[in-house]
Ligand binder design. Structure first.
Ligand code: ATP
Length: 350
């Protein structure tokens, strides 16, 4: 971690009057990494991004960027480009002038500015758009130009504050793919704030899951999804079935099943992802098989979210994913009985 450490947040805290928005945030980000700050509304993710940008001043703590202490530098003296949620382009400036903004501020020679602008609008997939005005562009196109503007001065750090949340679903997915591809092509260290777990899982190298001003977990998308560090993370990232259980005499009892496991006697909550409840193949003699019946089928295309009732395992029922083909093959519909199996090795106990 240390040799390619790029951004180092040490003990960052932020108080607004008596309200604590951030508590002792420690985080290291490597050069070239794409990191997402993920969390529910009000968890402090935007405040943390704004502190990194110098747009908000931390109450305590230090920030080092590329080995340099930037803790008290004003925004203009920091090395980053930023894209905000709502299109923050200057409406009275053309695309070319918007993209050129930072370069002109740095007194870059005119010919060089023009060349760089041409290069940037091409990079974000909008070649030839230089003479247009923001009002003539779609939301997605405006965000692409905002991205070009943020990258114009070749900053060491790209900060994205919910850049996709004002766009429609299709455009959001398309642009997030483009942002990721661009980020990898340029190798620019990037932080994106989002409250959308799917977005974070699909683009990030690492996800910082935040809640009430603290970091709950930092990990790769797979780690955060597969090995959530807390019930909050398990609930917030992906879907989870919850089964009440207890550890008794070194064995976990939950949903009428016994699982291997250990630890002292206590009540626990057992988390299991929908995809870890399987309809097939049911192995002979598998101890974690149970009967259920279908309550509800949410048709989502090739896969369906199927809610089953199974009073012996979980009074509130369980969610499983079944393919449309599987449902059709077995003529399953609401009210149908089916046998299911829990994947013991995926059971997560809190
Ligand atoms: P959202 O997605 O809704 O923006 P967030 O996780 O980004 O949520 P922040 O905007 O960082 O949350 O805000 C964190 C907390 O700090 C919130 O409870 C917010 O009300 C509070 N807060 C933010 N800015 C200020 C301010 N200038 N004065 C007082 N409280 C603030």
């Amino acid at each position: 971690m240390t040799h390619d450490l790029y951004l180092d947040l040490r003990g960052i805290a932020k108080e607004f009057g008596s309200f604590t928005a951030l508590k002792n945030i420690n985080l290291q980000i490597r050069k070239g990494e794409f990191v997402c700050f993920l969390g529910p509304s009000g968890c402090g993710k935007t405040t943390l991004l704004r502190i990194i940008a110098g747009l908000e001043v931390q109450t305590r703590g230090d920030i080092f960027q590329d080995g340099k202490d930037i803790s008290t530098l004003p925004p203009a003296q920091r090395d980053y480009g930023i894209v905000f949620q709502s299109y923050a382009l200057f409406p009275n400036l053309s695309v070319a002038d918007n993209v050129a903004y930072g370069l002109v501020n740095r007194k870059t020679p005119k010919a060089q500015v023009r060349q760089r602008v041409t290069e940037l609008v091409k990079l974000v997939g909008l070649p030839g758009s230089e003479p247009k005005y923001p009002g003539q562009l779609s939301g997605g196109q405006q965000q692409r130009i905002a991205l070009a503007r943020a990258l114009a001065t070749r900053p060491g750090l790209l900060l994205l504050d919910e850049p996709l949340s004002a766009l429609d679903a299709l455009e959001r997915v398309r642009l997030r793919g483009e942002i990721r591809a661009l980020q990898q092509q340029l190798g620019v260290t990037t932080i994106m704030v989002t409250h959308d777990q799917e977005e974070a899982l699909s683009v990030a190298d690492r996800i910082v899951v935040m809640n009430h001003g603290v970091i709950e977990q930092v990990g790769t998308p797979t780690e955060v999804y597969r090995e959530p560090a807390s019930p909050f993370v398990a609930d917030f990232v992906g879907k989870a079935n919850v089964i009440q259980g207890e550890v008794r005499d070194g064995t976990l009892h939950a949903g009428g099943f016994r699982f291997g496991g250990s630890g002292e006697n206590r009540s626990v909550r057992v988390y299991l992802r929908p995809e870890d409840v399987l309809a097939r193949p049911i192995a002979e003699g598998d101890p974690h098989v149970f009967d259920a019946s279908i309550d509800k089928i949410d048709f989502l295309g090739s896969y369906c979210h199927v809610h089953v009732s199974t009073p012996t395992v979980a009074p509130q029922g369980l969610m499983v994913y079944l393919s449309l083909n599987y449902l059709a093959e077995h003529s399953l519909q609401v009210g149908s009985p089916l046998r299911l199996r829990l994947l013991e090795e995926r059971v997560k106990v809190f």
